[in-house]
Structure formats: C-alpha cells, structure tokens
Design a protein. Structure first.
Length: 206
C-alpha cells in the first residue's frame, strides 16, 4: 500500500507535516523489523513446530509484503520522489490480533511517498501499480518452480509462495480506498483489469 503526500516545493519536509513528525508510527529501519514480526505472528502464531513446510506460509507473507512495499518505494525513488516505509501502531495491533481469527488482516504499515509539483503524476501512478505487480511476478515465478521441481517439498513451498502472493496481489487490487486497486482503477481501468485477471488466474492455478 502506498500513500502520496504533497511536499512543499522549497522545503525539506512535507508541507502537510509538522516538522515531519507523525504520531503513532514507527519509521525505518525499525518499521521493517516490527512489521515482519507482526506478519509472522499473524500467520504462524507463537507456537508450533518449526519445519520448512510449516514456515512456508509466514515466509511467503513476509517476503511478499516486503517485496510489495519495497517495489512502491524503489519506483517512487526512481521517479525522483522521497519514500519510506512506516509501520503504524494501530496496524501492528490489528495484524497481531488477527492471529486469533480465521481471516487474517495484514496491514502493519505502508509506504509514504512525498510528491511535489516537479514530479510527473505518471511516476506516482507507477509507484502504486508496482506493488501488486511485484506480487504477481513472485507468484508467476513460484508457480513455474512448483511445476518444474523434482522434489515434493520444493514444489509445495513454491506453490505456497505462488498462492499467497497471488492472494496479496488480489487483495491489494480491491478498488476500495486506501488500497492500491482504488488508485489504479481510477487512473487506468485497463491496467487494473489486466493485473486483476493475472492475479486471479495465478491464484486459481496455484
């Protein structure tokens, strides 16, 4: 998930911030660590036997989430914008508590992107689309590995990665604010449809 803020043209901090300080948020590098821990707890819990098979779902979620948010960040920076991943305390609590629920709510944080008047709106759009696209790429590669693997364990782990990353892409493509799908659909419905169909097909095949 990526959120864009308008930066003051001639200042180092975002114009909509007060000194760049945000309450209830954890910034880099700690944001990556606490978000990963919260995701692992939500998916795997705090107990259980640690085997490659049992660790596959939390690993797939953590890696898929990190790649998704990093894609937002790197594309935004490629377009000349400042970007950072922040973990929200509310999101961390909700994510951890979802360990008790059959339906997981995985929203420990988001990438904050600072835009300004010099930046092309297309780059801001690319930074949003990069998140779901990265999960689709992981799902596609993982599905290929699962089909070609000679080991049942490798095939299982790869299929778990394919299914979870396809699901992460599908979830983020839901056209409801503040999810990525809302921003993508509002600017390019063809791209939104293509990404949604690709993610849906991969989830079905996985």
């Amino acid at each position: 998930m990526a959120r864009h803020l308008t930066e003051a043209p001639l200042r180092g901090e975002a114009g909509v911030l007060e000194g760049g300080r945000w309450r209830g948020e954890i910034r880099e590098p700690w944001s990556w660590l606490v978000a990963s821990a919260a995701l692992a707890i939500a998916v795997w819990g705090v107990g259980g036997r640690a085997t490659l098979a049992s660790l596959s779902p939390p690993l797939a979620v953590v890696i898929g989430f990190i790649v998704h948010e990093m894609a937002h960040k790197l594309v935004a920076r490629r377009g000349g914008m400042r970007a950072e991943f922040v973990a929200t305390r509310e999101g961390l609590v909700i994510t951890i508590l979802s360990a008790l629920l059959p339906l997981k709510i995985l929203a420990p944080g988001y990438v904050r992107v600072y835009t300004h008047y010099r930046i092309s709106p297309r780059w801001a759009f690319y930074s949003v689309a990069a998140g779901p696209a990265s999960n689709i790429a992981i799902a596609l590669v993982s599905l290929g590995i699962s089909m070609a693997a000679g080991s049942q364990l490798v095939a299982y782990v790869a299929r778990v990665f394919a299914e979870i990353n396809a699901w992460l892409a599908l979830f983020n493509l839901i056209p409801v604010s503040p999810l990525d799908g809302y921003k993508i659909l509002s600017q390019d419905w063809r791209l939104w449809l293509a990404l949604s169909l690709a993610a849906g097909a991969l989830y079905y095949l996985a």
